[in-house]
Design a protein around this ligand. Sequence first.
Ligand code: BGP
Length: 472
Amino acid sequence: MEQLTLPKDFFFGAAMSGPQTEGEWKSGGKLENLWDLWSNLELDAFHNRVGSYGGNDFTRRHNEDFQIFKDLGLTSFRTSIQWSRLLDEDGNVNPEGEKYYHELFADAAASGLECFVNLYHFDMPAYLFRRGGWENREVVEAYANYAAKAFELFGKEIRCWFTFNEPIVEPDQRYQNGVWYPYLHNFNRAKVVQYNISVAHSLAVAAYRRAKAAGLMREDSRIGLINCFTPPYTRENPSEADLEAVRMTDGINNRWWLDLVTKGELPADVLDSLASRGVELPIRPGDAEILAQGKVDWLGCNYYHPERVQAPSREVDESGCPVFAEPYVWPEAKMNESRGWEIYPKGIYDFGMKLKNEYPELEFFVSENGMGVEHEWDFRDAETGVIQDDYRIEFVREHLAWIARAIADGANLVGYHYWAVVDNWSWSNAFKNRYGFVEVDLEDGYKRRLKKSANWLREVTKTHTLTVEEGK
Ligand code: BGP
C-alpha cells in the first residue's frame, strides 16, 4: 500500500451550478432560459420527464447544504449566477435577482464557506437564444454587459470569479453532435459559437480588469475559466494520421482555451486547419486586441474521463461535417456503465504534467470530478438506509491519489471541487445518474441523507492523507 499526502493548504469544495440546483425557475422575476424553453417544448427529452424546473431545491435548502459542506470539511463551493435571473430583457438588473444572490452569498459567508462564482453554465436566456444565441455578436455584447453588472453588484462579496464553465460543451452538444436542443449537426456553426464564446470570455475578463481598476472588486479577487480538459490519448505505436487526430483534438479541446487564457490568442495551427477545411469564423477587425485581454489568473479543470482518439476513417460525416478524429476504444478501459464514461484517474496527473510542461505559469484546481451512478437505491443498506457507495470512494480516492502524485511531481494544482456533493439535476439525464456524497430523496421532498462515501470524505479532508494500492 502507498501513503499519499495532499498539501496543508490544498482546498476541498463542492461544484454545482445555478440551473441544476436553484429551481424556482419562474419566480423572483427569473426569465426563461434555454433549459426551461426546451423543457416546455419537449418534456419527453428529459429522463422521467423531469425538466429544468425544480433543481435540487437548493433555494429553499441552501443553509442546510452549507451545514453539510462544513460537516464534510469543505471550505468552498462553486455555483453560477443565472443570467436569466439577474437581468431583465432590456439588460437591466432585476432587483429580486440581485437580492437573491446577495442573500445566497451572505448566507455562505455566514456559514464560513467561500463561494466561487461562475457567470455562465450552458444557460442562455431564451429571449437571447431566439435572437441567435452565441451565433449573434450582439449576444456576445449582451454577455459582456451582464458580466460587468455582476462584477459591479457582487465585486465586494466574491473573490473567485469564472467567466464560463466548459465553453466547449455547447458548440459540441447543441451545434455539432445534435444531442441537446436545437439538435444541430453543423460544424461551421459550432465553431462560430466556439469563437464567439472566446470573444465573450475575453470581453468579460476586460470588464473585470476595468472594475478592479475602478475599485469595485475585492483587492484579493481573481478571475479564471473552467473547462473540461484531458490530454488526448491514442493507440500504441500510432501512425502519423493517429498523431494528426491527436493534434486536432488537443487543438480544439485544450490548446484553443489554454492559449486564449495564457497568451491571449488562439492557436494558429488549429485556425489554419479549420480554414483549410472550409470553416469560416466571424473574425472582425479588432478581435485580436479583444482576445489579447482574455488572459486569466488561474484555471479550473473539470475531469471525468479521458479522450481517446485515432485517425478518422472518413473526411466528412453524414451531415457533411469535417471529421478530424474518431474515438479509439482502449481494450483495457474500465467503464462507468451508468454514464458511458471511461474511468481513468491517471488522466488528471497527465493533464497536470501537460500544464507544467506547456503552460508552466498557470495555476489550476480540479473544478469538477465525480461519478454518476444509476439506481443507487439498489445499494441501500436494509437496516440503516444508507447507500453503500464504495465505488464512489474508490473513484475519488484514486483521482485524489493521482492529484497528490501530480503535485509531488511539480504540478501547480491547488484544490479539488467534487461534482456534485449533493445529488442534483443533470440536464437531459435529470436525476438518472446520482453524483452526490449526499442523497436527495425525490420521494420525500428532496430530503438530504448522507451516503457512506460522505463519512470517508470527512476523514480525507481532515487528514489530507490517502492510502491506496501501489500505482492505483
Ligand atoms: C459537466 C458539467 C456539469 C455536470 C457534469 C456531469 O460537464 O459541467 O454541469 O452536469 O458534467 O455530467 P452529467 O450531468 O451530464 O452526467
